[in-house]
Ligand binder design. Sequence first.
Ligand code: FBP
Length: 248
Amino acid sequence: MVDLSKITTKGKAMYLAYDHGIEHGPLDLTGKSIDPDYILKIAVDGEYNAIVLQKGVAEKYYSPYKNKIPLILKLNGKTKLVGGEPLSTQICSVKEAIGLGAKAVGYTVYLGSEYESEMLKEFGKIEEEAHSAGLPVIGWMYPRGKNIADDASPEITAYAARIGLEIGADIVKIKYCGSAECFQKAVEAAGKTKVVLSGGTKVDEEKFLEVVKNVMISGAIGVAVGRNVWQDKDPLKITEKIRNIVFF
Ligand code: FBP
């Protein structure tokens, strides 16, 4: 098994996700969050276990932060400009990710998409390369496309988590399915693959912290959150509240 110690603390983890510039566009990057330095400072000051970046942002902004915050390099991505069935293919190689200082790599698989097999094949290749280099692989396991009636149903959430185990992910990042009981089934389905919550759109603080509580009760190791932190008026304050749930 790959060593997760560089991106976890006592088996728990908080990751700050910031790959939205490609996935959603600059409208998502409200206020100061358009500036990658602003986000990197939140990651450092908030003592996150790692920051998630695409390669272009990593190349241009990460080096001053290299010894302060571990990097998870997101290897694939897609824009929201293309309609139809989702396909996200590789933009960055494992070798480039290592060159940029990554301590882990991430890859999204749109489960149920007509193009699922292309992403599973690519995932297999990057997983082999990353594991050969001792790097953990995080699977963004997102059921999506016309075959998926409800991407947050208990069944599909557990299925997504299980696929992560089957394909060799060390950690899966999955969306919330509505309750601690449901999330626990997903954690069970993932077996020895660890589970983190994928944050979602910005909701009010109380609601988000309740989700984090349920996720931690369920046996997940933590969260990989973006908008609910850096779209907040006080990112470090909400970070502290999330930390108090994840690590205690
Ligand atoms: P959030 O916490 O902001 O939801 O970020 C998690 C994340 O997976 C990002 O890594 C990614 O850019 C985005 O959500 C994708 O969101 P969606 O699946 O809704 O397009």
